[in-house]
Ligand binder design. Structure first.
Ligand code: HEM
Ligand code: HEM
Length: 220
């Protein structure tokens, strides 16, 4: 690979994206199962796992956020409103995945539940619950409605990625996947690339890929 702009998210961000997607799916299932689909004894056992997994998700999310700010990410030549819409959806996802474990922790401390993570290591309480339970109620609303909102926004996000993949083949693999998806350019308006035995040009903004037998700028 040359030192040009990246066409894919860096490997650590891709690994974290998919690990967190799997952990979050499990975490949502655990939460809903504990609250709605099981008996009290099973619910308590599931919530104990939910607590540990939630703290792991918080840790991984903080690492992801730090790496996201430190590493270069692929640019896209899309219209400003699409870039803003996409950025907002990603921002909401980051916000929710941070707000859920924090609000969960607040509820957990208020419940006086066991905060052992593993091997006797305790998650610090970080606050002493006051007599007034307004904070607990707020945390509960954030947690429960946040969980449903996360589910909705993730579906929107995955649907948008899926739709885009239909217009631009291998979009998901090319941006955030693994393996050898051919890195078509996201930044080559009019700038042709050589691909296999033919030359092609991808205009991502209009969603078109044109095949050229000869790039315009290569006259000898
Ligand atoms: C819990 C599940 C998921 C969460 C929380 C999540 C979150 C995110 C976030 C925050 C980003 C922005 C990365 C950044 O710029 O820092 C992102 C990128 C991306 N995600 Fe997801 N994602 C999830 C599941 C999925 C699924 C199921 C798909 C595919 C069907 C997907 C496809 C993508 C793609 C293609 C990108 C790169 C978009 C781009 O070109 O900028 N994600 N995801
Ligand atoms: C990203 C991380 C998390 C996600 C996605 C998540 C998701 C959920 C979901 C879906 C529910 C069921 C909501 C409902 O009643 O419909 C729930 C409940 C709950 N979660 Fe989490 N959670 C996360 C982190 C945590 C953490 C870290 C803790 C504890 C430290 C926690 C403690 C709880 C508790 C105590 C409940 C029961 C709330 C009640 O009293 O109704 N959660 N969570």
């Amino acid at each position: 690979m040359s030192g040009g702009p990246p066409t894919r998210y860096p490997l650590p961000l891709r690994v974290l994206h998919w690990s967190l997607a799997c952990l979050l799916a499990a975490q949502l299932l655990l939460g809903f199962a504990a609250e709605h689909w099981t008996t009290r004894t099973i619910s308590e056992a599931l919530l104990a796992i939910h607590f540990r997994l939630g703290i792991l998700i918080l840790g991984l999310m903080l690492v992801r956020l730090a790496l996201r700010l430190a590493l270069p990410v692929p640019k896209e030549h899309i219209s400003r409103w699409r870039r803003n819409a996409k950025g907002s959806v990603h921002g909401v996802l980051y916000l929710l995945v941070l707000a859920l474990p924090i609000s969960g922790h607040v509820i957990w401390v208020w419940m006086g539940a066991d905060r052992t993570l593993f091997a006797g290591i305790q998650m610090p309480a970080l606050f002493i619950p006051p007599d007034d339970e307004t904070g607990r109620a707020v945390a509960w609303y954030v947690h429960v409605y946040g969980a449903w909102t996360l589910l909705g926004v993730v579906c929107l996000h995955a649907a948008a990625a899926g739709l885009r993949s239909m217009r631009e083949p291998a979009f998901i693999a090319r941006r955030i996947g693994f393996g050898s998806a051919r890195p078509q350019s996201d930044c080559n308006h009019g700038a042709p690339r050589v691909g296999g035995s033919f030359r092609y040009e991808a205009d991502i903004a209009s969603g078109q890929i044109r095949v050229r037998d000869r790039p315009p700028s290569t006259k000898n």
